[in-house]
Design a binder for this molecule. Structure first.
Ligand code: LLP
Length: 431
């Protein structure tokens, strides 16, 4: 099985964190998101421990809420001592409603409105990650109006392409995010930031990409960032103690994907950075990273009910399910690979090659093409694995389909954390 929380029960059904998925589908209905709370906590603890052991005090992982955002997940993050990365007033509000201590939140996004900035400051968001000059000016002005000093990180683009592992001269420098080091604009931003009395510059942030496997991506990124910090120290005589390396490591969606030993990878990055700091004669910064996917992806499983099996003789076969791109747009958007299992009979011999498709009026509504399954019957349950990240958080109401419920699983309990949208919910904002 792809992940250790997937097993086959004595009745032959697919089990997830010890629960019969076919029984869960019957009890809660489909489509249904399942989230393994035990795995989320394990992943958070794994990152926290690795940071403590490798980087020491002051360094910490922050959960990137964009991967999956609802109240309960912030309660879990709080209980596990994780900070959070938030990117909108909506995420901030959700965290607030869950009682998350917002001084431990880092507010990203490349275009915070004045309203967002004022809202975040009023709620006591601890740190802003500033993308550009206009935003910096707005934050400085609004902090002044409120009689506050706002702690910030500046988001910089180090010019790394995580998928070729190369520091590229152009490429990622032209990203819509952050301020480029290579063009000299980052240094100008630092000088300007240090002139603003309502801003406290703590350090820098960078993010090179998501689903990162490349062994040396963070090493190369940190080389560029550390050198920049050292140049700033020499030129501006300020410590700038924080370096945030952005999103976390990649996860396994299908058997052929690699698997990252995250604590070992973090320890390699830390050793590499310690050596670089010694070489550059500078203090080791406090390090942050913002994993989203690798905290929640393998804690997720989506259940669907099979509707039709359509065989177009001589061409191809389709298995249609009662969800699709509305609850998981990732194949439609990125061509992402997923593992699909027949939850009623996961060990039966696959005898049908098919595209698993959704119910939207759109031929691109494909959950996964070219899947080999035991031919499913109408009413059987399909499970799509590793859907904990960027599924619910990217779900839509296209075709006025209600979003599924999220049911959380512990060893001995299943409970609804997000209820299924009703038809009434769909017209709630219609005047
Ligand atoms: N920090 C920043 C600034 C980010 O932009 C992201 C992801 C993360 C952290 C979290 O990265 P992770 O640990 O999850 O790789 N919707 C796409 C993923 C977009 C990721 C955007 N930023 C997907 O479904 O694959």
């Amino acid at each position: 099985m792809l992940s250790s929380n997937l097993t086959v029960g004595e009745n032959g059904h697919l089990f997830f964190r010890g629960h019969d998925t076919v029984a869960l589908a019957a009890e809660y209905g489909t489509p249904l998101y399942l989230l393994d709370e035990v795995r989320i906590r394990e992943n958070m603890r794994m990152y926290r421990r690795a940071f403590q052991e490798s980087f020491g005090p002051g360094s910490a992982p922050l959960y990137a809420s964009k991967a999956n955002c609802f109240k309960r997940i912030y309660e879990i993050a709080r209980e596990e001592g994780m900070g959070i990365d938030v990117v909108s007033s909506g995420e901030i509000y959700t965290a607030m409603q869950a009682g998350f201590p917002l001084e431990n939140a880092w507010f990203h996004s490349n275009n915070k409105t004045d309203w967002d900035i004022a809202f975040a400051m009023d709620q006591g968001v601890g740190h802003f990650v500033v993308d550009n000059r206009e935003e910096l000016d707005a934050i400085a002005r609004i902090a002044g109006e409120k009689g506050k000093t706002q702690k910030i990180l500046l988001r910089l683009t180090p010019g790394i392409d995580p998928h070729t592992y190369e520091a590229v001269a152009t490429g990622k420098v032209d990203s819509k995010f952050g301020t480029a080091i290579e063009t000299g604009q980052a240094k100008e931003m630092v000088a300007y930031t240090l002139s603003l009395p309502t801003i406290e510059l703590e350090g820098f942030h960078c993010h090179v990409g998501s689903q990162v496997f490349g062994e040396d991506v963070y090493e190369r990124t940190s080389d560029i960032m550390l050198e920049f910090i050292r140049e700033c120290r020499d030129r501006f005589h300020v410590p700038l103690p924080v370096l945030d390396l952005g999103g976390g490591y990649g996860v396994r969606y299908v058997d052929r994907d690699g698997e990252v030993d995250i604590p070992a990878a973090i320890s390699r990055v830390a050793r590499h950075m310690q050596q670089a700091c010694a070489r550059l004669d500078m203090a080791m910064p406090q390090v942050h990273m913002e994993p989203g996917r690798s905290i929640v992806a393998d804690a997720g499983l989506t259940l669907y009910t099979v509707g039709t099996v359509k065989k177009i003789t001589g061409y191809k076969n389709y298995v249609s399910v009662d969800g699709g791109m509305t609850d998981n747009p990732r194949y439609a958007l990125y061509g992402s690979a997923y593992t699909v299992l027949l939850a009623d009979r996961p060990e039966a011999k696959p005898d049908l090659r098919c595209d698993v498709v959704g119910r939207c009026c759109e031929s691109g509504d494909i959950v996964q093409p070219d899947v080999d399954l035991p031919e499913p019957r109408r009413g059987e349950i399909l499970a799509v694995c590793t859907t904990g990240a960027y599924n619910y958080s990217m779900a839509s109401n296209y075709n006025r389909l209600p979003r599924p419920a999220t049911v959380m699983l512990t060893e001995d309990r299943a409970y609804v954390a997000v209820r299924r949208e009703s038809l009434e919910d769909l017209v709630r904002n219609d005047i």
